[in-house]
Design a protein. Sequence first.
Lengths: 291, 302
Amino acid sequence: MGHVLAALPWIGPALILIFGVVLYPAVVMFYNSTRDISQSGVDKGSAGLDNYIEVFSFPYFWPIFGRTIIWVVVVVAATVIISLGLAQILNKAFPGRRIVRLAVIIPWAASVVMTTMVVYYGLEPYFGIINKFLVDVGLVDTPEGYGWTRNPATAFAWSIVVAIFVSLPFTTYTILAGLQTVPGEVLEAAKMDGAGPVRTYWGVVLPQLRSALAVAVLINIINVFNSLPILKVMTGSIPGYDADTIMTMIFKYIQNQHKVDVASALSVVAFVIVIVIVAIYVRVVKPMKEV
Amino acid sequence: MAVTAPAFETIGPPAASARKRRYTEDQVPIGKVLLRMLAGLIVLGIFILPYTIMFFGSVKTKAQIRSVDPTYFPVEWHWENYVNMWSTPETPLVQNLISTIVISVFATLLVLLVAMPAAYYTARFQFPGRMVFLFLVIVTQMLQPAVLTSGLFRQFLAFDLIDTWAAMILINSAFNLSFAVWIMHSFFAGIPKEVDEAAQIDGANRLTVLFKISLPLVWPGIVTAIVFTFVACWNEFAASLVILSTAGNQPLSVALTKFVGQYETSWHYVFGVSIVAIVPVVILFMLIEKRLVGGLTAGSVK
């Protein structure tokens, strides 16, 4: 048994970074959410709960809240379902599998901003390449296209597509790791018992993937909830608040309206949501076991 | 966004997971193999498609890429775009590239410097508060700069570090620290204690043990931590957007968004810069592909 003081030189620097740059700003944020801060950044005293009242009384708040839920649920659900299929393909032996696996990594490593920008360009009227493809195959009538990125609803829908695409690699690889824990003997036993591939998958493989899926779902919920760049690129130039989520709204308060106090109040709301998800994560996944 | 991943106690040295039986059959009929190859080919196509569009776009001229009847493939290959793009008027791209490199390199170094001793000590020694520390690491791993941006903004304003690389180096390292601690912790924990003890009996002090004995054994874990941290810093967007206001200080991820919504966006330059920014980190990430398959989450999916 060592002593706390003996440990400090080793863990001290990490503690300083965690307290100084993660937990302290959280405290600053909570404090600022109760202050009246001018557009130029001057603290003009206590605001009580005024900032929270402004957040909740904003007429677009509840639509934004609902859209945030749609954003998270649709992206995470679609990501997990597609990833289950992808992992099945990548787990089977075939020539060239390694190349396919490497290709699947690309959106994970590549900047999300840049991946989104190529889709944004592709959807542009007349010269966008995705738009041209849709015209060529007859899904869109005129080369003018649909104005995908000009209309909040379609821009948001395409943002969901991009968010799913960039979430697939992590999710697929987590499920792949889970698949490796399925014992071969159990699969053979299922085969002997005459279970077809579908029954084997539902009855044997999926239950084994439970904890891999728990990790994937929770990490994805956190990531997708916190995601800013996709919506910023795809819907950022659309006026109004018809394609915003809580996260993009926080940045609109900070950047467009220079209301750091109101942004802090909304951030606190977001922070509480994240903490609840983390609490569920710690309970479900039990990452502290066997430390 | 997607780079955060949990790491757990039993990731262990490479051999542990790689040797497990795979969910694959031994004898497969040729038709089935061809079907799998076809499925693989479709997956490959989908995943490289956006980056292929990017690459083709990067060698088109502005007239070609903005043509009302665009061609899928470049008519001529204008490699000179990769030279000319750096002097585009929208944003100082050379400075943005330097900014990206400086912030990512120093943040990664800081993470290593801070995470390695913490990972080593918590894996090797019991001390009061060890569990509290590890719990703190787990929780911060789930927090991302985006949700704390307004706090970070006010904090660095108060510290007079707003709009500086230093601020972004600190933010990037703080938010990537926990992942690095976890993954290195699990590697250190995977080395038998006897190895350390034998060295200590021979008169080596703890630092010597760390650098001469343990480090070579945990090297794969360190490489994984370095790559993950570097790629996350390289692509960071939300905090940079708010903390860095001077165009020249901004990383490429923020600088490129200025092209969106312009009257005549120079998409061919956007894509040239994107290719330059994406290729190195994708190669880095591919180097640790084996660790990804082995499972960054091996401990939890056991």
